[in-house]
Design a protein. Structure first.
Length: 515
């Protein structure tokens, strides 16, 4: 029997028509994947189902009864729970309080909540003390706390909006176990994700949202990640690009070229010039002795389990954690780590977790991208050139908006991330940088655009350390990937001429073996 039936939903934001005529069903015990490009309207659709926002027109029924929730509380009362893409939990709550907030159990004694929370946290494989303050948790676990909260409620249908985006493959497996359990209990799951290969492992059926409509409704058994990626963007199926090295970075980098294709053509191989050499990096209690060698124009990846030391390596490089080395050379010059001493090295780091990316959500796209330049422009020609640059970036990054005067906060999650990254890359010195999960939450086309940003930067001699939990991202972006375990790099995987799929498999295998 259909648990949820959706008929002819429409939704616009101002002049932007996001959902035009959306119809689908979700059966009891079914896990249905929802995919689409950034800004396609997935969260909007999930939000309508979960009572966060209302449709302009259309009908929904839940177990055969008319369903038109007025709020999330209303939806929850009717049996629909949601884990939102951008989770906001009061940082002053304990994890136990966060898990039970807004539920019938919320008023129970803390000791009781604590015990019950422990059971639910174990179900989502989250190893944290329920007395921990939410504000002390790393951001990636907030989605799992919210998932535990949904389990605490008597929900019949759960919307999971990109909960898997910041998770390691092993954590995604635990999330999938939760989804599987919900399904066996006869509950339904609407699973929104851009991590297509992993998503296809858990869903029964997949819906593709394109141009405001359900363009495809297909059993997952008849779908593969390459075809699904093509369906998502409405392009013909092409296999993942090969990874072939070509000519070295020229000493004098060429001028930027608007038409530099992304990773569909080879990126120039890094030069022999060493940009960064680190010997025996140590961070007390976390990193036991790591050597790194990063060439000019090279992109290396680092990944590993949460307690592997991978974050600490990155944080030491960006001067956020005290660390020591036997030797640290930046372009052959002796340096020391840290951000306090004169001349010490603190690599600029980009993090999608940072609150609103350091961007004012009420600021327009134009202002966000031009930053301080805007207020100081006095020359009309420069102003025109600056605006052209903004429009070009919005166009290149395929941001779904009607105007560069749209406020940043009204963009979809993925579009915000794309623009924030483009802004960060253009403002950062083009030397050695650390990027944390640069393609998190991005659709297949946007991932290509980020690779293009990386290609342009590396062509200009920038060297990049990518820190990521996502094997696809590492396979797509990096020349080499280091698997970190027990505070050391257990293994380097040279991505060389291997296909993206093959690299992905090697990363997952090596990470599993090293864990
Ligand atoms: N409150 C709002 N005000 C104005 N526009 C909005 C609002 N919420 C969403 N939009 C617009 O609706 C469109 C769809 O956004 P939505 O977040 O649903 O996309 P999405 O498919 O979830 O994208 P992503 O994969 O990037 O998360 C976007 O163009 C976005 O700018």
């Amino acid at each position: 029997m259909a648990l949820l039936q959706v008929e002819g939903l429409t939704k616009s934001f101002g002049a932007r028509r996001v959902l035009r005529d959306v119809s689908f069903t979700l059966d009891e015990g079914e896990i249905v994947g929802l995919v689409g490009t950034n800004g396609a309207g997935k969260s909007t659709l999930g939000d309508i189902v979960a009572g966060i926002t209302a449709a302009d027109s259309g009908l929904m029924t839940l177990q055969g009864h008319p369903y038109a929730p007025l709020s999330t509380e209303d939806a929850r009362h009717l049996g629909v729970g949601v884990v939102e893409q951008l989770v906001h939990i009061d940082p002053h709550l304990t994890v136990a309080q966060a898990v039970f907030r807004g539920t019938a159990q919320a008023g129970r004694p803390q000791e009781e909540l604590r015990r019950q929370a422990q059971v639910l946290l174990a179900e989502v494989a989250l190893d944290v003390d329920p007395d921990t303050l939410v504000g002390d948790l790393p951001h990636f676990v907030h989605g799992l706390v919210e998932t535990a909260r949904v389990l605490a409620e008597d929900t019949r249908l759960v919307v999971l909006d990109e909960v898997s985006a910041p998770l390691l493959p092993s954590e995604v497996t635990s999330l999938h176990s939760v989804a599987g359990r919900l399904s066996r209990q006869g509950r339904g799951v609407l699973y929104i994700s851009h991590r297509l290969p992993e998503m296809l492992e858990v869903v029964d059926r997949v819906l593709v949202l394109r141009d405001g409509r359900i363009a495809l409704d297909c059993p997952s058994a008849q779908m593969d990640p390459v075809r699904l990626a093509a369906e998502t963007v409405g392009e013909p199926v092409t296999p993942p690009p090969p990874r072939i090295a070509s000519a070295p970075v020229p000493a004098q980098s060429p001028a930027p070229d608007d038409d530099v294709p992304a990773r569909t053509t080879p990126r120039p191989a890094p030069s022999d010039e060493v940009a960064l050499r680190v010997r025996n990096l140590r961070v007390p209690g976390a990193v036991e002795g790591v050597d790194l060698l990063l060439r000019r124009g090279e992109v290396i990846g680092l990944t590993g389990h949460r307690s592997s030391g991978v974050r600490e390596i990155a944080d030491a490089l960006s001067g956020e954690l005290p660390a020591v080395t036997d030797e640290l050379l930046l372009h052959g010059e002796q340096r020391s780590l840290g951000c306090t001493d004169d001349g010490s090295l603190a690599l600029p780091a980009y993090r999608p977790d940072e609150d609103a990316y350091g961007v004012d959500p009420g600021e327009t796209i134009a202002r966000t991208l031009t930053q301080e330049a805007w207020g100081t422009l006095t020359d009309l020609r420069r102003e025109i050139a600056t605006l052209r640059g903004v429009i070009r970036t919005v166009h290149q990054m395929d941001v779904k908006t009607m105007s560069i005067r749209t406020v940043f906060g009204a963009l979809s999650g993925g579009d915000q991330h794309k623009l924030a990254l483009a802004r960060w890359m253009s403002a950062s010195p083009r030397d050695v940088v650390v990027l944390h999960e640069p393609t998190r939450g991005l659709d297949v086309r946007a991932r290509r655009q980020v690779r293009r940003l990386l290609d342009e930067a590396t062509m200009h001699g920038t060297s990049v350390v990518v820190v990521s939990v996502d094997p696809d991202e590492l396979a797509e972006c990096c020349d080499r990937v280091g698997i970190v375990a027990d505070g050391r790099v257990a293994r380097w995987i040279d991505t060389g001429e291997l296909a993206v799929d093959a690299v992905r498999e090697r990363i997952v295998e090596a990470a599993t073996a090293a864990a």
